[in-house]
Write a protein that binds this ligand. Structure first.
Ligand code: GDP
Length: 373
């Protein structure tokens, strides 16, 4: 039962990703397995079912909710005879669509080539095996090597290019002085950008300046005479491709170098607890799990509390009736230490939010500028 719910949630997300990438999902298949099949990821019975559906409905693409090995991808392609995309591929595609600055595009391109390289080899292995050893080294061999070399050259070029920009950015970050740095982090689509805009457009905002040269926005915010830097960075997602984590190193440096993290959560999402785990896992991966964190539970306007039924008595409580005190009493705030509940969209409880951020920033600020306070 629980596994089924999880599978549904995961596929909901995958469908949302597919939709974001410009696709339309017609059918979902789920298979419960201890371990994925090493050759074809799913079992042969399920594969027959999928194959029949793909054939009868003239399906162009099948998407798998995991990273497939190059061999699996090839094998499945041969059976289904349509384009096979795995989760990593899909996310890379969306990043490629979304990357606006040349820096972000370079980072995505690097991640894409690193994803491609082992698959490029996989594309040819069956030919290599067919041709066999001595006397069979034909033009195909050269082609494979040429392709691989082109991709490797491209990778090292992109890495050099990124390293250069990274150094410039490090200098830029260094120039920002000792201002306290606050980073918005969170699962994708939780409302980080909305919150960033709301904060920077408000009257407490003194200066609106873009420090960044990439898709990460850094702004100077002032609350009650206290200036600090607020950054909004790339959204996290479950199973974020490792290639992306690596090539987005500098973008994530903004998080790594932050003094305080505002972990924004979409409380109206059914899997918000999983999202918190995914974000914490990525924070751990980039070595930022020990930073002070303020949990910001957003979208309280859209939160639908469970209906408590006891015998013939049905109690329904809508968020509209939740007071701040009631929010604080929910388990969410107890679990995560410092927590705040807001709606960035409806501008609910933002005063309290500012107050809490102010207090936290001030604590850090005082340790840096002990004589000014
Ligand atoms: P990001 O990916 O974390 O930067 O999220 P965005 O700021 O782009 O917001 C994602 C979506 O959530 C947008 O459609 C927003 O309008 C919506 N959103 C943001 N904050 C709230 C909120 O407090 N309540 C509701 N209902 N929707 C919100």
């Amino acid at each position: 039962q629980q596994d089924e719910e999880k599978a549904t949630e995961y596929l909901d997300e995958l469908e949302f990703l597919a939709y974001t990438a410009g696709g339309e999902v017609l059918k979902r298949f789920v298979q419960k397995m201890e371990m994925p099949n090493p050759k074809t990821f799913i079992g042969s019975g399920k594969m027959d079912e999928v194959e029949e559906y793909v054939r009868e409905n003239d399906i162009g693409t099948a998407i798998f909710d995991d990273e497939l090995s190059p061999a699996q991808q090839k094998n499945i392609e041969r059976i289904l005879k349509c384009k096979i995309i795995d989760r990593t591929n899909l996310i890379l595609d969306i990043f490629a669509q979304r990357a606006k600055t040349s820096y972000a595009r370079t980072q995505v391109e690097l991640a894409q080539y690193e994803y491609l390289l082992p698959r490029l080899a996989g594309m040819w292995t069956h030919l290599e095996r067919q041709r066999g050893g001595i006397g069979m080294r034909g033009p195909g061999e050269t082609e494979i090597e040429t392709d691989r070399r082109i991709v490797r050259d491209r990778i090292s070029l992109l890495k050099k290019k990124l390293a250069k920009i990274d150094r410039q950015m490090e200098v830029q970050r260094g120039n920002r002085g000792a201002l306290v740095r606050v980073a918005l982090v969170g699962y994708t689509n939780v409302g980080k950008s909305t919150l960033m805009n709301v904060i920077s457009k408000s009257e407490v905002f003194a200066e609106n300046k873009l420090f960044a040269t990439l898709d990460t926005t850094v702004r100077k915010v002032v609350i009650g005479n206290l200036p600090f830097l607020l950054s909004d960075t790339v959204g996290f997602i479950r199973k974020l491709p490792t290639q992306l984590v690596e090539s987005f190193k500098s973008t994530l440096d903004e998080v790594r170098e932050a003094d305080l993290l505002l972990h924004v959560v979409d409380i109206s999402h059914p899997s918000f607890e999983d999202h918190i785990d995914s974000v914490n896992q990525i924070l751990d991966e980039i070595g930022s799990s020990d930073k002070p964190v303020l949990m910001v539970f957003n979208k309280i306007d859209a939160f639908e509390p469970e209906i408590i039924e006891s015998d013939d008595l049905v109690t329904e409580k809508t968020t509209a009736h939740y007071t701040l005190e009631e929010w604080k009493r929910t388990w969410m705030s107890r679990v995560s230490g410092d927590a705040i509940f807001i709606s960035a969209l409806n501008k609910e409880n933002l005063e309290e939010f500012r107050k809490v951020v102010y207090q936290k920033v001030r604590e850090i600020h005082i340790t840096r500028f002990p004589y000014n306070n």
